[in-house]
Design a protein around this ligand. Structure first.
Ligand code: ARG
Length: 786
């Protein structure tokens, strides 16, 4: 049987009384000398399995009333109240009234609440002795009876402390310091025998790099653990307030805790109040309020928000999440983009490139070592066909290299011949073997093809401003045999009609690491690559970014890696699968010239359209850019728009590619955001001041100032979340929300020429810093003027 305490009262002496009583009760129950008394649900008590939890003074009293407390007066609860409102203030008054009296130091007590009736006590105790200074009589008259009566009671009763003794004893603890030592020897002895309970709420301090959200979460976790230790509640469910009016954060746990208590608590609100009473002392929370549904609204001290914004504006940088949030600095490898040589680089690869780049940027920003790997499809059986086609269709290709700008057509022609011409087919197959055997001429042609493709891919990377290191499939070729050998040694390979297969539980098909003709395919390369990355490179975090269709393939590769013992518990292996890009008709996306899909054209089209819209704005006087600046701005905004349109969708969903939507100046688009950033920059420019160096007071007075500053403080949480779940759309949503808050702020708060101009400018500056950091993480360039 476990006897635990849940203090329900915020007042210290009442909680102390319950705590000591509970501790003693637990001792006694453990010894078997007392059985837990029945409780009444309205006491707010909790019985969970074997645990008896004392939740409040009424229950403590009820526990002891029937047997242990030898007192005729039935209203034991009154004792608690009496000692709260009469006794304790009297002790305090006693201390305050006399210098040099027998009275010694006593901690300051709560304000006096007058209450006349303490029938139980008045009847039980004797009047104050003579010899006490007259002026003290009134006060003394209230503590003396307890002490004298208790001393007398203990003289006749020398039994082990009962729960009643505990109740009396705690009051005595408060009264004793007021009397000279030795005045009440028996009471002193009793007090010495009571269990000591430390009631001070442990104070919590925010870690230097702990985000406000994390700190508040930790604060509530501690409060819940104190208030409801028996529940071992896992998640305080702290989030930003649904409505800014009520505060910054809300703790949503009370409702579910109330349900888990199965009727033992009075209401969700009572649960919320119990949590509030248990919040550790801290420098962070300004106030809390409990909503009728129980959740606890929390307002941070404005100085905290203000200081954060000031430091961002001053330093021009936003803190990144600490490495400790990831278990230290990680060796990450992100496998993304990865188009295939001589095949079209389609919008799927565009998604992989855009999402992958943001994932890399976020992880780099967090301080990890990040390898950006382009797993180019530059090996495999199609090369037999391509080489043969090149040789026969362009026999003088070495002297006169063909200008194959459109490799896709080249690929299709080769494929046509391959399917139609058996002789060509045989030649092609033989050519794969010579290529793989290292025949110099085959390799030369292969290289030529790769170079041609690479040029085309690089145009896309250049427009997108994405850095990648090419480690194509061919890079792993030599590692494959050793990898298969190792897998065989580890008993993971089974032979199926000559093919080397790896069966993994819960998958309907195996990974084929060597085909029956001895050839190596996609699975073979990925087996060697995953081993190389984990073992040779020592990476402890691998991320692969492809369409969702390949999800199972990668899960199988990861399971194989685990089965082969190439991972540790802390190694993260993740596949990020994304959905299909569709045309407006809902079908898989194709660019206008249906035959060939040139991603470069697709990207450039956005710029062309953007330029047209900027030119219109210039004509309408809405924009003051000069002609050469219009071109530059169109490129920044156009490419940014394509990226943002992709990134702001949840990766797993399909989306319809729409220039009109992505280039819209309103709503959650890059165009809107870049405009709103430029507007911000122009306010700062117009001030003519060196804003980061302005001397400012508190930045957050007006509610809109506060909401903006609070939003700024959430950036670090968003970055951490994206680093952990690879959902760049979170960052986009954040940026959009921030920008909305900024608009609200400048709408309601005049910046230039206002008495609070300096403060407001600093807030603008901090917003600018955060927005630019967010753009950078999304791989979007920004402009200071549009
Ligand atoms: N080349 C593949 C494709 O176009 C993507 C490669 C992904 N990475 C890998 N290690 N398999 O679908």
């Amino acid at each position: 049987m476990l006897f635990r305490l849940r203090p329900s009262s915020a007042s210290e002496s009442a909680r102390h009384k319950v705590a000591v009583t509970a501790a003693l009760a637990q001792q006694k129950i453990e010894e078997g000398s007392v059985a837990a008394a029945p409780f009444e649900p309205e006491d707010g008590c909790v019985v969970e399995g074997e645990d008896v939890v004392v939740c409040g003074a009424p229950h403590a009293c009820r526990l002891i009333a029937g047997s242990a407390l030898r007192c005729a007066d039935p209203v034991v609860d009154d004792w608690i109240e009496w000692s709260e409102t009469i006794f304790a203030p009297a002790v305090a008054a006693l201390v305050a009234s006399f210098e040099g009296s027998p009275v010694r130091a006593l901690p300051p007590s709560r304000p006096v609440v007058e209450r006349d009736e303490f029938s139980f006590l008045l009847g039980a105790f004797t009047p104050p002795p003579n010899g006490v200074p007259a002026a003290a009589k009134a006060a003394i008259s209230k503590t003396w009876p307890l002490m004298a009566a208790l001393e007398g009671f203990l003289a006749t009763d020398n039994s082990d402390p009962t729960l009643a003794h505990a109740l009396l004893g705690v009051d005595a603890v408060y009264a004793l310091p007021a009397w000279a030592p030795g005045s009440f020897p028996r009471v002193e002895a009793l007090v010495a025998r009571l269990p000591s309970v430390d009631l001070r709420p442990a104070s919590l301090e925010r870690g230097t790099d702990e985000s406000p959200t994390k700190f508040v979460t930790r604060l509530f976790a501690a409060a819940i653990a104190r208030a409801f230790p028996q529940l071992e509640w896992p998640d305080p469910a702290v989030m930003r307030c649904a409505n800014d009016k009520f505060g910054d954060y809300q703790c949503n746990a009370p409702m579910s805790i109330f349900k888990a208590l199965k009727g033992a608590a009075k209401s969700p609100r009572a649960v919320g109040e119990a949590i509030v009473a248990s919040i550790p002392a801290n420098q962070f929370v300004a106030s809390t309020s409990v909503a009728p549904a129980g959740f606890v609204n929390t307002v941070l001290r404005s100085e905290i928000l203000s200081a954060f914004a000031v430091s961002v504006a001053r330093s021009g940088a936003v803190p990144a999440p600490p490495l400790s949030a990831f278990g230290g600095k990680r060796q990450v490898l992100v496998d993304f983009s990865s188009p295939n040589v001589a095949k079209e680089m389609h919008v799927g690869h565009l998604r992989s490139t855009i999402i992958g780049d943001t994932v890399c940027r976020v992880l780099e920003y967090c301080g990890h070592e990040v390898r950006r790997v382009n797993h180019l499809g530059d090996w495999g059986t199609q090369f037999g066909m391509l080489i043969t086609h090149l040789e026969t269709a362009y026999p003088d290709f070495t002297e006169n290299p063909p200008n194959i700008t459109d490799l896709t057509t080249f690929y299709k022609d080769a494929k046509k011949r391959f399917d139609a011409d058996p002789e060509f087919k045989d030649k092609s197959r033989a050519r794969v073997v010579t290529l793989q055997a290292g025949d110099p001429r085959s390799l030369e042609i292969w290289r030529l093809l790769c170079d041609l493709s690479r040029k085309e891919f690089d145009k896309v990377y250049e427009r997108l401003d994405v850095a990648l290191n090419e480690y194509g499939e061919s890079y792993y070729n030599d590692m494959i045999p050793g990898t298969i050998e190792e897998l065989e040694r580890k008993g993971l390979v089974s032979d199926e009609n000559g093919a080397a297969c790896i069966h993994l539980p819960n998958h309907g098909f195996p990974l084929i690491v060597r085909k029956s003709d001895g050839g190596y395919g996609y699975d073979s390369t990925d087996a060697a690559a995953v081993r190389h990355r984990l073992i040779d490179l020592g990476c402890d975090w691998l991320v692969y970014i492809t369409d969702v269709g390949q999800q199972e393939h990668f899960h199988m590769v990861f399971e194989m890696a685990r089965a082969a013992g190439w991972t540790r518990d802390d190694v993260r292996l993740r596949h990020v699968g994304f959905g299909v890009v569709q045309g407006l008709d809902g079908k898989r996306f194709r660019t206008r010239s249906s035959e060939t899909t040139r991603l470069v054209d697709l990207l450039d089209e956005a710029v062309v359209r953007m330029e047209a819209s900027l030119v219109d704005r210039v004509k309408d006087g809405k924009c003051s850019l000069s002609d050469d600046k219009v071109k530059e701005a169109a490129a920044v905004v156009g490419y940014g728009a394509v990226k943002y349109f992709d990134l702001h969708q949840h990766p797993a969903t399909n989306y319809k590619f729409s220039y009109d939507k992505m280039l819209s100046t309103s709503g959650n688009t890059a165009v809107y955001l870049l405009y709103s950033h430029a507007r911000l920059a122009s306010i700062i420019r117009k001030s003519g001041l060196d804003v980061p160096t302005l001397v400012v007071q508190d930045l957050v007075h007006h509610p809109k100032e506060r909401q903006l500053a609070f939003e700024l403080s959430l950036f670090v949480d968003v970055v951490e979340a994206v680093a952990n779940d690879y959902l760049p759309n979170r960052l986009c949503d954040y940026l959009y929300r921030l920008s909305t808050k900024f608009t609200d702020f400048v709408t309601d708060c005049k910046v230039l020429g206002d008495p609070r101009q300096s403060e407001r400018l600093v807030l603008c500056e901090a917003t600018g810093v955060v927005m630019r950091q967010a753009f950078t993480l999304l791989g979007i360039k920004y402009l200071m003027q549009i």
